[in-house]
Design a protein around this ligand. Sequence first.
Ligand code: ATP
Length: 351
Amino acid sequence: MILPSENTPDVPVVEFDDVCRNFDNHIALSHLSFSVKKGEILGIIGHSGAGKTTLLRCLAGLEQPDTGKVKIEGKDIANLPRKELLPLRQKIGLVFQHFNLISNKTVLKNVALPLKISGMPKAKRYQKAQELLNLVGLPDKANNYPAQLSGGQKQRVGIARALAADPALLLCDEATSALDPETTRSIIELLLQINKELKLTIILITHEMSVIRLLADRVIVLQKGQIIEEGAVAHIFSHPKTETTKQLLTEEQPSLPASITNLLHDEPAPNDYAILHVIMFGNVVRKPLIADLQKDFSISASLLEGSISHIRETPIGTSFLAVPAKDCDKTIHALASMGVETVERIGYVNL
Ligand SMILES: Nc1ncnc2c1ncn2[C@@H]1O[C@H](COP(=O)(O)OP(=O)(O)OP(=O)(O)O)[C@@H](O)[C@H]1O
């Protein structure tokens, strides 16, 4: 049987307490503190060299912090006797970008391998491995070899293997980066299903912001081994504060064409238009806002740029509107009365 993880809900599954790790002159992690609750899905993002891999390696016990504590279910992994360290390591399932399956072993044996290492008898471990293959949607691939599977199927096997020892925590290191968008989507759905069914805590590192958007509850932005932004994905992605987060999100969010941004100025001239950056969440995204502005407030607004994305099931609309400068304040109030979350005037332009 596959068991949901069973730690006490009050103790964080993961806790970093003032962790530092240097390599020669490079700071990889600098006074890093955060915690992850049971059942939470945390995304970690940051530019290359920000410390993401070092963070994961410290968590997986593959790297020791120079100072500070890394706790799994309340236990500091650096100071445990070997006898207690092994069972604690088994509480962490690892999912890799390139699957890391053993090519000359069948799918069933790959999944059963962690159970073999932990000493489970053969019949029992094969039964459990088959249950895991059923869970990840590959009930009939037990006797295939990795080379006979597609990338998405290989990653499903990788996930089944990571779940074999009933982990409390799944660490996903760029788990979807080698997959096409459709397969990525199906792996995201599988991870969400596992998170729900097994109440499994998941930490994922990825450079794909779309994966964070669809999968994570919370996100941490790392820079030079420190947290520079942290919060609910919906909040951080719609109100990024730091340049780093804005850069990481650039490809995700619509922006004004340079032909307009180059003309923006701070004070309105006669016949200018105000440019408004409008962010909305939930059902308001589907309202005919431009038509309503005209009908109910006699404001003529033009859409310059816009897109709708989703954070989990919640739609988020981001757009840039141009309205006559004299109607700017009136438009901001009108949009607020329609339930629009954020309206920011970013300047004036003579269109
Ligand atoms: N084994 C090591 N020896 C020397 N320096 C290292 C080592 N591992 C990491 N570093 C340095 O520590 C810093 C953080 O590296 P890390 O690999 O954790 O970043 P990252 O965010 O995972 O980057 P990437 O996205 O490129 O994988 C970098 O400056 C890196 O050069």
